[in-house]
Design a protein around this ligand. Structure first.
Ligand SMILES: [Fe+2]
Length: 323
């Protein structure tokens, strides 16, 4: 727990039997349906792109979530760049209820079944739960087009969507590369957010039927946004983030961006994230290193096993050069 966070002390206890009412999504879109090639899909632990909205919380559950996020409104952080005008990261450090929700085995089991790969609460705790509040200025999108800096997440509608005009969850049914080409930019630049409109015919607009419904996505593979509100209204979503337990795939975590996030403790979180990945990969190497491998292969495997640690070191050195 980074020192500057303060945790609520008088919350209700999270209870999956009371607070959850999980249902299966009617529709699950695959990365193939988004136009990704087999080679790109083979680098992802799941073939799922995004789902239709499905019920996740009971009415008691969403009432409890709503109480917590309304209390958190008072401490919401200010914006970074042109992305989300009003969001709060690190929910799990501020609320035991939210921390337990993110670690809930029932939810993890459900999302793992949907994605087809074992998922865990994100290895960067500040990214385990975001809250997005509607901006005061409704001419601004709630969030501009982007893809996520983490592998998996689900967006839960907390407020009543029926009362809202606009503010749909929207995604582009295509690949990140197509979007980058459209705007003549590098793929990673999409992460900074695109305020312009995308080709209407390729944009899917999803309305949540009720509070307590969720959309699951492989967020680093889907270009998406929360569209602007057409009338002032209370639109709050919570976005829990997850990682695949199978670490044999390339790490989708955007550590080069995340190192610049202002969350207290973010650098320690990144160090632990890199250490977690390297630990598993080094263990695998100890057990499976072929004693007759060639010199080049041995070197390559060892470099791969510690690649994320070296990447974090590089980012930490760049962001805060030692004096
Ligand atoms: Fe997102």
């Amino acid at each position: 727990m980074p020192r500057s966070y303060q945790c609520f002390e008088d919350e209700v206890r999270y209870d999956p039997d009371l607070h959850l009412s999980p249902e299966w999504p009617e529709r699950i879109w695959t990365l193939e349906e988004f136009g990704y090639r087999p080679q790109e899909i083979s680098q992802c632990p799941s073939n799922v792109a995004v789902t239709s909205p499905f019920r996740l919380f009971s009415s008691e559950g969403i009432d409890a979530v709503s109480r917590v996020v309304n209390r958190l409104k008072a401490v919401k952080s200010s914006i970074r760049g042109i992305r989300t005008p009003s969001h709060l990261a690190g929910g799990v450090y501020r609320s035991r209820f939210l921390r337990d929700l993110c670690a809930c085995p029932v939810i993890l089991e459900h999302m793992s079944a949907i994605s087809g790969t074992r998922l865990a609460p994100h290895s960067l705790p500040s990214q385990q739960l975001y809250v997005n509040y509607s901006p005061d200025d409704i001419t601004k999108a709630v969030d501009s087009w982007h893809y996520d800096g983490i592998g998996f997440d689900y967006v839960v509608m907390v407020t009543d969507p029926v009362k809202l005009k606009g503010g749909n969850f929207e995604y582009f049914q295509g690949t990140k590369h197509e979007v980058a080409e459209m705007f003549d930019m590098e793929v990673h630049e999409i992460r900074d957010g695109i305020s312009d409109e995308l080709d209407e015919s390729r944009v899917i607009r999803t309305r949540f039927p009720r509070a307590g419904y969720a959309i699951f996505q492989q967020g680093n593979m889907v270009v998406h946004r929360a569209a602007r509100l057409l009338e002032p209204g209370d639109r709050i979503t919570v976005v829990p983030g997850q990682v695949a337990e199978d670490i044999s795939y390339p790490d989708p975590t955007a550590i080069h961006d995340i190192v610049r996030y202002g969350e207290p403790g973010i650098k320690a979180e990144l160090a632990r994230h890199g250490a977690w990945l390297a630990q598993g990969k080094l263990q695998h190497l100890i057990q499976h290193q072929d004693m007759s491998d060639g010199d080049a292969e041995i070197l390559e495997q060892l470099k791969r096993a510690v690649a994320e640690v070296n990447a974090v070191i590089e980012q930490l050195e760049q962001s805060d050069p030692p004096t």
